[in-house]
Design a protein around this ligand. Structure first.
Ligand SMILES: Cc1ncc(COP(=O)(O)O)c(C=O)c1O
Length: 470
């Protein structure tokens, strides 16, 4: 019997919840929404919503409940850990801790490594703030450099790991950039870390929806020690994040949040902690979110991560080729589609003489296209890609502190999900060309809010955002 998959890269679009929603433009007209902001968060898929809905009929308290539904809910919750473990090629020495997002996962780890200011944590300039700021108040943080084209400067990283061998407790690095889409060679870096006595943490928030992740690695020393990611970038926006860590690490020390669920026994005088992962999941966990994540994993596996990668590569190459053909566009990542740098479908660019936030607003209000603009929670990386001097950054900061956001550094970012199409890129490019060719009309039509940095059309229909009401 030939087993036929229900979900494939060719049919997944029809399962995207809300794909048929029309959105209002500045003139009251409605058009199909084009979502090119998947790097921030993805929509959910019908099978995931169905699974959540059917689980809710069985939902009850987990762990200590004795009733039938509690037993079912507890079993399901523990099964979701197994599904996550298998998806990322983790092993039985590790535990899956559910948290609320990637940021919380990384913060948790930063509290749980027993770091002191004598320890060194190496991160990189290309990180999202969530994989930079949590480390700064716990250890001495070194930032590995990036090259002019946005790639990680691997020689600099290697040098920093080598000369600080013995003191580096952790190298913490993004699987791929949320600004340029550049994929880091995490297993090569893992082997380096282990050779010089450090552990490695991979922020896989952007990588995991696009590529097969295998924590075990392929060789003896290139395994990943810790990984963090979230459901909301992989079609399960139900408030679940994941930290995977060796049990031997989490068994030590005290969790940063304590309370219900984290202990074996408490008296007035002492506390015996439960084993991880329970020790690190204080309070009632988000079982519904874990069910959604597990179902998302099943759907992605059925489509096949290789098929996802192939489809997204086609979209990325197409958009880069189109952008390269427009005069006045600067793409902030290696933009030759034939080069060997591995990238996911995240492309940031600027249009000459039109501020990034005006381009993004015009795409939304003229064309119903959702992108993102600004620095994408990666200020140091964006500053370096834009080649802004330290002196100018200080000037910007002074103005921002006075709520003067008239001029903010940044870029426009388009990012793909599994369901985007070449036709959507065509519409996007057509709209971008319209904005460029009608620059003065656009400047005239939009007004800048100097306190927020947002451009809005001077005239907007009163009912524009009433499509969904509570
Ligand atoms: C690379 C990277 N790391 C971390 C985060 C933070 O993720 P979360 O919103 O799940 O906390 C993001 C979100 O954009 C990201 O792109």
């Amino acid at each position: 019997m030939i087993f036929k998959n229900t979900y494939s890269i060719d049919n997944i679009r029809k399962y995207v919840v809300g794909i048929d929603k029309k959105v209002m433009l500045h003139n009251g007209k409605k058009v199909n929404y084009i979502n090119l902001d998947n790097a921030a968060s993805t929509p959910t898929l019908q099978p995931i919503l169905n699974k959540v809905n059917s689980f809710l009929e069985w939902y009850s308290s987990i762990h200590r409940g004795t009733g039938y539904k509690s037993k079912i809910s507890t079993k399901v919750y523990e099964q979701t850990r197994e599904i996550v473990t298998n998806f990322v090629g983790s092993n039985n020495d590790n535990v899956v801790v559910f948290v609320k997002n990637t940021t919380e996962a990384i913060n948790k780890l930063s509290y749980r490594l027993g770091l002191t200011k004598n320890d060194i944590v190496i991160t990189t300039i290309m990180e999202h703030h969530s994989n930079d700021l949590p480390w700064r108040n716990k250890a001495k943080v070194l930032h590995s450099k990036v090259l002019d084209n946005g790639e990680l400067d691997i020689k600099d990283l290697e040098h920093k790991i080598k000369i600080n061998a013995g003191k580096v407790k952790l190298v913490t690095i993004t699987g791929c950039s949320n600004v340029t889409g550049i994929v880091n060679d995490i297993h090569y870096i893992a082997a380096l870390c282990h050779k010089y006595g450090s552990k490695i943490m991979v922020d896989a928030a952007q990588l995991i929806p696009h590529r097969k992740v295998n924590m075990k690695g392929n060789k003896k020393d290139d395994y990943i020690d810790f990984i963090a990611f979230c459901g909301h970038k992989m079609y399960a926006p139900f408030g679940t994040g994941v930290l995977i860590a060796p049990k031997s690490v989490l068994i030590k020390g005290e969790p940063e949040y304590v309370g219900g669920g984290t202990i074996i026994s408490v008296t007035k005088y002492n506390t015996h902690w439960a084993d991880p992962p329970e020790k690190d999941e204080a309070g009632t966990p988000n079982v519904v979110g874990s069910v959604a994540l597990a179902e998302a994993i099943k759907v992605l596996q059925e489509i096949g991560m290789r098929n996802i990668q192939k489809h997204e590569n086609t979209l990325t190459d197409n958009l880069i080729t189109e952008l390269n053909s427009i005069k006045g566009i600067t793409i902030y990542s290696p933009s030759n589609t034939k080069n060997s740098i591995d990238k996911v479908g995240v492309i940031s660019f600027n249009v000459k003489d039109i501020p990034h936030n005006l381009v993004a607003s015009a795409l939304a209000y003229e064309g119903g296209i959702g992108v993102r603009s600004g620095c994408f929670c990666a200020h140091p990386y964006v500053h370096s890609l834009l080649k802004i001097s330290n002196k100018d950054i200080v000037q910007f900061q002074k103005r921002f502190l006075l709520q003067d956001m008239k001029e903010t550094p940044g870029m426009v970012r388009a990012s793909f999900g599994i369901y985007n199409t070449i036709n959507e890129i065509k519409t996007f490019i057509k709209m971008l060309k319209y904005i460029i060719n009608n620059k003065s009309v656009i400047f005239d039509k939009y007004i800048l809010n100097a306190n927020t940095g947002e451009y809005l059309p001077k005239n907007l229909p009163k009912n524009i955002f009433t499509e969904f009401m509570l």
